[in-house]
Design a protein around this ligand. Structure first.
Ligand SMILES: [Mn+2]
Length: 346
């Protein structure tokens, strides 16, 4: 499995690929720096970086020649005339500089072609994502023992993040969401100075990066006990998630999976309270393709790794979201998240 070779196989003889985004640099070479470029052509594998990174690049990127110097210089000496580039990962200033400096070349935006292979995870990638998600599960168990009424959301988020870092995580995969009480109605309510109090719902949506791959999970718990309305929305969200999880398999439309969950929420009377899409793919980056969204035209394939995260959000009252990460299989899915989904009261 040589990813760079698979990409090179798609190229004509006069085409090369310029890779500038951190995720694809890592995916195609193993090199972990964003201050670099990869250049791939039929018979070329080059990393362009500066003296700060040359040792690291030659250690991490097997099979690549390390070119220490400026990108413009490299491009001026390569023979290919059509250069695929990552139009979502190249600042306009850099694009302007290289296209002005290499008048004999054409730059062709090819983001989706360059990123496409990352949709289907190989066994090694799935193992890494599963390990990251398992660390998330352990962090969740840990935080349940830690949370006490009167603590701030920021204290709770910090403890969660510290736990994951102490267990080997490189960083969080996104800014930890820790939203309690009425704040839990904000789907992306990052931790604030608010204290968690008896009667609050508390939504924790968090993840870590382990061995270069992200985890992502959400649980909503109760501080001190739920009232009837909280219990009702919790059970609607859980049923919605379950409806989607039992239908996921290769060959299904992503939009169809979204609809299975969305219909349960609408039938429960909360259709207006679920604004976001059901899920997204996760890998080297926290948001990858395909998405489980009403607007998606994608079909699921075995090896996609997607989140399934329905929610109900009621302004002034609070919200519930439950999120698992699953690997799509030919005949179903494998859930990588094992934290309890029964109502948890701390
Ligand atoms: Mn997510």
């Amino acid at each position: 499995m040589d990813r760079a070779q698979r990409l090179a196989d798609k190229l004509a003889d006069n085409e090369g690929v310029l890779i500038s985004g951190r995720a694809n640099i890592f995916y195609y070479s193993g090199f972990t720096s964003e201050d670099a470029f990869l250049y791939i052509a039929k018979d070329k594998r080059v990393i362009v970086t500066d003296s700060r990174y040359t040792i690291q690049a030659s250690q991490q990127a097997d099979g690549y020649e390390v070119f220490s110097g400026k990108l413009g210089k490299l491009l001026s000496i390569v023979s290919e005339s059509y250069i695929w580039f990552e139009d979502e990962c190249l600042p306009f200033s850099q694009y302007a500089a290289i296209s002005a400096g290499t008048a004999d070349k054409s730059f062709v935006p090819k983001q989706s072609e360059i990123s496409e292979m990352r949709r289907i995870k190989d066994d090694d990638e799935i193992r890494r994502i599963a390990a990251a998600e398992e660390l998330g599960d352990r962090a969740f168990s840990h935080i349940l023992e830690f949370i006490k009424p009167g603590m701030t959301e920021k204290e709770i988020a910090l403890e969660l993040e510290m736990f994951m870092r102490k267990c080997g995580a490189e960083r969080t995969s996104f800014e930890t969401i820790c939203a309690s009480g009425a704040r839990s109605a904000m789907p992306h309510g990052t931790a604030s100075d608010k204290t968690v109090e008896k009667g609050d719902l508390l939504t924790l949506d968090f993840g870590c990066v382990l061995d270069g791959y992200c985890s992502d999970m959400t649980r909503t718990i109760s501080i001190g006990g739920m009232d009837d309305r909280q219990t009702e929305i919790y059970s609607v969200v859980r049923n919605a998630q379950n409806a989607a999880l039992t239908k996921i398999c290769a060959g299904r439309q992503c939009s169809e999976i979204d609809a299975f969950a969305r219909n349960v929420i609408a039938d429960g009377g909360y259709g207006e309270c679920f604004g976001h899409s059901l899920g997204h793919s996760v890998g080297i980056e926290i948001h990858e393709s395909p998405n489980l969204s009403p607007r998606s035209e994608d079909i699921l394939h075995a090896g996609n790794v997607v989140s399934v995260e329905p929610g109900i959000y009621i302004e002034g009252f609070g919200g519930v979201r439950i999120e698992d990460l699953v690997v799509v299989l030919e005949d179903g899915c494998r859930n990588l998240t094992s934290s309890d989904k029964n109502i948890i009261i701390v």
